[in-house]
Design a protein around this ligand. Structure first.
Ligand SMILES: Nc1nc2c(ncn2[C@@H]2O[C@H](COP(=O)(O)OP(=O)(O)OP(=O)(O)O)[C@@H](O)[C@H]2O)c(=O)[nH]1
Length: 640
């Protein structure tokens, strides 16, 4: 049975909104700033409209097409978006800025798309026998595994999607995930095989994969090279002819869907919106269905691709509004905005991004806390999905917890049930009882559904890796004679640390991987304490699966021994579960030669000096504290 058919059956049980966690450090906080660069402003050409003279009244819904470009990472979405912007004269050809819509600094540095971006284009096309002007909204989405929540949000504003697949690599894990997101949103899907200029391109093989995986008709597939321009002229006509216009009613009261928001130093909060019904004019008073808060629209326009004021947005159009919101926290993604004094049925919106990974971030040098605080405030202003609480740790000083975009996933939330009849969600291992009286009697941990696509020769090693990570195989089939498709349920904690790197390394980089969050499952989880000279160090406690406790305990104490400097007294490093020590290392004391100046002679004097030294060491052990370098904490996080 094809994957497509299997998925069609499963459609009744809706996929939960994907919120993906940040497995790979992608950015430093200071890089999360928009870099609107004036030198790349659009300069309209033949097909485009001059910013100030754009009259959106010319574009009723029938002349509007809203579509996304979705694909696996690096299959050429952003390059294709660039070419389409050039083709419609929205940006100058050879504007010197590859991946124009990748505006974040991190996107430009890493060559990946993180935030979905929208651009409005104008294009004339012979439609139903006559030349017609169309308004096209193109939404470039991230393909990277960490950002698929952005994809699902973008699709809500679209009626169609270009599914781009690399002609040499073929269908990959995020191709599958993105296809289902689009398919479930009932979008018209236009398959595009890109990079056909590559010597290893095999479009026929990829067409066959699209047919067997998704039941997409080979004759509907467009063949393009976003690099050389080959085949690009078919893309916009196909979008206009195959994608339906937005379905909203222009005569109904205004309902607009809030898609995204960011903070601009000069304008304040800028919201990206899709007008589902009705029309919005500059000066209108609007209201949030979620909070009841009212605002006055001081600016409204389109992204062309920079902000161009139009004074109006009509049914089916996608654009921006400025309405005096003070922070992006007020701009709830998925909220319905409507005119004050009208009663409307709010749009379904999106499921809120689920907090799946809880992280801690502490500056190595405590005096940097204020700078970190400032950077985090800017980040939370720009990205409403990040929530933060300040925290003070005895070992690490002042810091933050509960961030979603940090580099070090520390603790995952798990659900516990105690013999004292207490029940709750736990994020911090320190909150788990070590005390046998408060015995943990049940524990549930979050899981993910992982999709893995690999060349057939790596099947054995990938199965071993997944088994070692406590994966349960749900599906195993072949896409074609060369590539296997596998689906696993895996505990989230097992893939957070290094799973993707290990998968890449055992498959020589050929594996592709995607995941979506799934339910909690009962699990034998234990709290593993780290003790230094018998004292538990809260910040080092961790939650481990029973089967892994001995290995993790051993690795942790060995790592700590390497990172803690020898001190004037012996340090005993232990890993323990409850009162049972499961691993131990001893860091011997630095021995000061107190007899160095004592030449020859008096044995009693020597003995006295040694006794005094022993006393001093005892005192230091008792009153002194063990210095633990920051690297030790960072290294501990890598042990899973
Ligand atoms: N040979 C060839 N290379 C291409 C083509 N299209 C894109 N590329 C290259 O493929 C790489 C990835 O292109 P992007 O457009 O950044 O891919 P993407 O899908 O947007 O990637 P993410 O935004 O990270 O998901 C870049 O080096 C492009 O120059 C093509 O048609 N032919």
């Amino acid at each position: 049975m094809t994957t497509f058919k299997r998925a069609s059956r499963a459609l009744t049980s809706k996929l939960s909104a994907i919120y993906t966690c940040n497995f790979h450090p992608v950015t430093s906080l200071s890089h999360f700033s928009y870099t609107h660069n004036a030198s790349f402003c659009s300069r309209p050409r033949q097909n485009s409209k001059e910013g100030s003279t754009i009259d959106l009244n010319q574009y009723p819904s029938d002349n509007i097409r809203n579509f996304s470009i979705i694909a696996h990472v690096d299959h050429g979405k952003s390059t294709l978006a660039d070419r389409l912007l050039e083709l419609t004269g929205t940006i100058r050809k050879g504007h010197g800025q590859p991946q124009y819509l990748d505006k974040l600094q991190v996107e430009r540095e890493r060559g990946i798309t993180v935030k979905a971006q929208t651009a409005t284009m104008f294009h004339r096309h012979k439609f139903l026998g006559s030349d017609t002007d169309f308004l096209l909204n193109l939404i470039d989405t991230p393909g990277h595994v960490d950002f698929s929540y952005e994809v699902s949000r973008s699709l809500a504003a679209c009626q169609g999607a270009l599914l781009v697949v690399d002609a040499a690599q073929g269908v990959q894990a995020q191709t599958v995930a993105n296809f289902y997101l689009a398919f479930e949103s009932n979008l018209a899907i236009i398959p595009v095989i890109n990079k056909i200029d590559q010597p290893t391109a095999d479009p026929d093989r990829v067409k066959a994969q699209l047919k067997s995986m998704f039941d997409l008709n080979p004759s509907d597939v467009l063949l393009t090279s976003a690099k050389t321009g080959l085949g690009l002229e078919q893309v916009l006509p196909a979008a206009i002819e195959r994608i339906p216009p937005p379905p909203g009613k222009s005569t109904s009261p205004l309902r607009m869907l809030l898609l995204d928001s960011y903070y601009d130093e000069y304008k304040g909060v800028i919201c990206h919106v899709a007008i589902v019904d009705g029309a919005l004019h500059k000066g209108d008073k609007i209201c949030s269905a979620a909070t009841g808060q009212s605002y006055e629209v001081s600016d409204v326009g389109i992204m062309h691709p920079e902000l161009v004021a139009t004074g109006i947005l009509l049914t089916g159009q996608v654009g921006y509004i400025v309405s005096g919101m003070r922070s992006t926290k007020e701009a709830r993604v998925g909220d319905t905005l409507h005119h004050t004094r009208t009663v409307i049925q709010p749009l379904p919106g999106f499921k809120p991004a689920k907090h799946m990974v809880f992280s801690g971030l502490y500056p190595a040098d405590g005096s940097d806390f204020e700078a970190l605080n400032h950077a985090i405030e800017r980040l939370t202003c720009n990205d409403a999905s990040v929530s933060v609480t300040k925290e003070s740790s005895t070992a690490l000083g002042l810091g933050f917890r509960n961030m979603e975009h940090t580099s070090f996933p520390l603790f995952l939330q798990c659900h516990i049930f105690l013999s004292t009849q207490m029940e709750g969600m736990v994020q911090n291992p320190a909150a788990l009882p070590s005390n046998p009286k408060n015995r943990l009697i049940a524990c549930w941990e979050p899981t993910v559904l992982a999709t893995i696509i690999i060349p057939s020769e790596y099947v054995g090693s990938v199965i071993s890796l997944c088994a070692e990570r406590r994966g349960e195989q749900l599906e195993y089939s072949f896409i074609d004679s060369q590539r296997a498709f596998m689906k696993y349920r895996m505990p989230l904690r097992e893939i957070v640390v290094d799973f993707y790197n290990e998968l890449k390394s055992i498959t020589s980089g050929y594996a592709s991987f995607d995941y979506e969050d799934s339910e909690y499952q009962a699990s034998d989880l234990l709290k593993l304490d780290i003790l230094l000279n018998g004292q538990p160090v809260d910040a080092m406690a961790t939650i481990v699966h029973k089967s892994k406790a001995p290995r993790v305990g051993r690795e942790l104490v060995e790592k700590l021994k390497k990172f803690i400097d020898r001190q004037m007294f012996e340090i005993i490093i232990q890993a323990a579960i409850g009162s049972k020590v499961i691993a131990r290392e001893t860091l011997s004391a630095m021995r000061k030669n107190v007899l160095a100046k004592c030449y020859g002679g008096d044995v009693t004097r020597k003995r006295k000096l040694l006794e005094k030294q022993k006393e001093g060491k005892k005192r230091m052990k008792r009153v002194g504290s063990v210095d633990i370098p920051q690297e030790a904490f960072h290294e501990l996080l890598k042990v899973s």
